[in-house]
Ligand binder design. Sequence first.
Ligand code: PSU
Ligand code: MN
Length: 304
Amino acid sequence: MSLEFPRIQISAETERAIQAGWPVLAFESTVITHGLPHPQNLKLAQDMEQVARQHEVTPATIAVLEGTIRVGLPADELDRLSRMDKVHKISVRDLGPAMARGWSGGTTVAATMVAAQQAGIGVFATGGIGGVHRGAPFDVSADLLQLARTPIIVVCAGAKAILDLPATLEYLETQSVPVVGYQTENFPAFYSLSSGLKASVKADSAQEVVDIARAHWSLGNQGAVLVVNPPPKELALPNAAVEDAVQQALGECERLGIRGQGVTPFLLNRVSELTRGGSMEANLGLLVDNARVGCEIARALSGG
Ligand code: PSU
Ligand code: MN
């Protein structure tokens, strides 16, 4: 049997908004399937979509269901995805196998960028991007490579403290990805306001972000513009507490021999346990705040 590719289905609501040039904001779904437990994952996904609607922006959560890339999930499908056990974590290398084999799963930042661009969506909000892992002989997230390849604006809270943040920033510099601090000069460390590192440029408004992106792409650059938004102050954790938890989680990860795709979910879950849920609270709060910033940018991109 031969299959028709690509199998991508854009929801009617999302399609209408894209065609009309209304603001649309994409969301990833690995955070739903692998980043958070049920029911926090469902609540978070619903909260992010609600933030979009409050800003009169059409939310488009992206995932793969039974081999079809779905852009914009109806409420019942979002609910179903959030309860799925043993689903795939689908990055770009996994999209082909997922389509050919009929898999279901959450799309990573990298895979979500690919699907969003196929659909014609210009802005995407997430929690934290993948990056260069610490210590490992070679573990670099495909998120970084895709940021170098796909012209879209990605809003995040920096990269998680489980990663080698200086190396992650160096990689982005090498790949010519502008790292735009949203109303900050700092590169946030996801759970913390600052990593001690700097963004490559500061933008004071959504319009400034859009101006930078348009100028960047006007030169034929094919990569993303990465916007970093610090976590809400009241939820941010002290660097030292996070670092202790990260060190312990990294040690356990190595002792257990966890590799590849399993590393990031393992570390996130352990850091959440070790901070007694503090990191999860921060995670939820910053995801919703990134949705807000993503909406402002999506509106500016579509002309207000
Ligand atoms: N950040 C989170 N939760 C997550 C992830 C990042 O707060 O679940 C996911 C994202 O989907 C990201 C992926 O794209 O982890 C990176 O995985 P890896 O390091 O295996 O590339
Ligand atoms: Mn990896």
